[in-house]
Every structure is written in structure tokens, then in C-alpha cells.
Design a protein around this ligand. Structure first.
Ligand code: APR
Length: 234
């Protein structure tokens, strides 16, 4: 029998136990910066050096950390299900945790992109991207990140995946950023839905919805156990 389709929507909370801070800290800043300065097209226009340096530091940090048990569980689920990750995270911890189907809704830290042609996207070797680093057409490279006030190019495939999910797991996201926050609403009524978070986000009450409050590592362990118990009936 074909494996059931399991979709995981992850956010910053899944990488928190690896040592990458989440976004919505109480001071309203992101690693000491105003989000508008470092993660918007306007910020890039005003001070590209600052933006490049900000993402260089994020990359440097990402190289120092390792995937945690929650990332590993996402990968282990592939043994039993047809797993698709939709992540809002730009780190590569899902990849390094062993998952194979990963859609990066908000871009990828370890890729750069041409400012002249958005189709020119490059893998990065190290952590540094600087002024003067150019694409093959001679234009400045920028981080391959979806900034605030920018379109989300992969939202349509993400919606289609959500519509087809037999099981949908939301883990470690405050669900405050659209259109990602809306994906759960595309999941069919009959499908199993899990929400795992330290501080559970508000989700409309629906059929087959399990809210699991806790860390991503322990919460995902519970999801794994629940799914394995029910697997025969899914
Ligand atoms: N385990 C589980 N959940 C956790 C943990 C943990 N160890 N630590 C924090 N959380 C939860 C928080 O309770 C919160 O609900 O993770 C969530 C993180 O929320 P945000 O910081 O808002 O991150 P996210 O939802 O991924 O942000 C979405 O916004 O800033 C933009 O583009 C950026 O992709 C990002 C998007």
C-alpha cells in the first residue's frame, strides 16, 4: 500500500534547542537589529553592507550548531510515511537531520541570488557574502531569503501539498506570519493535525486536531509515538 502523505510545517522553534534563537523576542529586535533594517528590500537599499554582515553572522552561527532530536524525528518518519517538510526556517538543519523532501518557504541561508535575475541562485561554500560578490551577469549577489514585504514564490506548491496531506504537523511556529500561517486551513477536515509548541499558537478548533504543548524534541517524540500506535488504522 502507498505510504500516507505527511506534511510538516516547521518554524524557528524546531531549531531553538539546537541554539538558534527564535524571532519574536520580547524586545522586538532580531539579534539586536530592527527587522526592517536587515530583512526588507528597503533595508537592503539603504544599507546593503549591514544586511550582508547580518546574514554572514547568521550563517556563521548556523555552521556551529547541529540538528536536534526533533529534526531527526522528521527524518525518521520517512520510514513510515511519504514525508514533505515545509519549513519557514532558512537554516539547513532539516537537511542535516536527514530529511529528503524540504521546501524552504522563506529561502535558504546557504544560497545567494542575483539582484538582476532572481533565477540565478547559487550554493554558497562558506559563510561570507560581501559587497563585490557578483553573479555571472555581473550584478551584486544578495542573500536568497524571502524578506518582509516580498512575495513568497513557493506558497502555491506549499498550499497544494497541504491540501493533499493525510497528516499535518505544525511545529515551533508562532503562526504570526502569512501566508505560511494559513497553510493549516488548507488541510482536509478528515486529516490528522498536530500542533507542537512551547507556547501553543491560537488555531481554530477543528476535527482531528491534537495540541501538544512542550519543546519540539519531546513534542515530536509524542507525535511519533501517537502515529506509530495509530498507523494500522490510518
Ligand atoms: N520547542 C518548540 N517550540 C518552541 C521552542 C522549543 N524549544 N522554543 C520556542 N518555541 C516556539 C515559540 O513558542 C513560538 O511559537 O517557536 C515559535 C517561534 O515563533 P517565531 O519566533 O515567530 O518564529 P516563526 O513562527 O518561525 O516565524 C515565522 O517570521 O521572522 C519571520 O521569516 C521569518 O520564518 C520566519 C517567520
Amino acid at each position: 500500500m502507498a505510504k500516507k502523505k505527511l506534511v510538516i510545517l516547521s518554524g524557528a522553534g524546531i531549531s531553538a534547542e539546537s541554539g538558534i534563537p527564535t524571532f519574536r523576542a520580547s524586545d522586538g529586535l532580531w539579534e539586536g537589529h530592527d527587522v526592517m533594517e536587515v530583512a526588507t528590500p528597503q533595508g537592503w537599499k539603504n544599507n546593503p553592507e549591514l544586511v550582508l554582515e547580518f546574514y554572514n553572522q547568521r550563517r556563521k552561527r548556523a555552521l556551529e550548531v547541529v540538528p536536534n532530536r526533533a529534526h531527526e524525528i522528521c527524518a525518521e518518519l520517512e520510514e513510515y510515511f511519504d514525508v514533505q517538510i515545509i519549513t519557514q526556517n532558512v537554516d539547513n538543519l532539516h537537511e542535516r537531520g536527514g530529511s529528503t523532501n524540504i521546501l524552504h518557504l522563506h529561502g535558504e541561508l546557504f544560497k545567494s541570488r542575483s539582484t538582476a535575475d532572481p533565477n540565478l541562485v547559487y550554493e554558497m561554500d562558506g559563510w561570507e557574502l560581501n559587497m563585490g560578490d557578483l553573479c555571472e551577469k555581473g550584478s551584486q549577489l544578495r542573500p536568497h531569503i524571502v524578506w518582509f514585504n516580498e512575495a513568497v514564490p513557493l506558497i502555491v506548491p506549499a498550499m497544494e501539498l497541504s491540501e493533499k496531506a493525510d497528516i499535518f504537523i505544525v511545529v515551533g511556529t508562532s503562526l504570526q506570519v502569512y501566508p505560511a500561517a494559513d497553510l493549516i486551513n488548507y488541510v482536509p477536515e478528515t486529516s490528522l493535525k498536530f500542533v507542537v509548541d512551547l507556547n501553543l499558537p491560537a488555531v481554530p478548533d477543528r476535527k482531528n486536531l491534537f495540541m501538544i504543548q512542550g519543546k519540539a524534541t519531546t513534542g515530536m517524540q509524542k507525535v511519533l509515538e501517537t502515529l506509530l500506535e495509530r498507523k494500522a488504522h490510518l
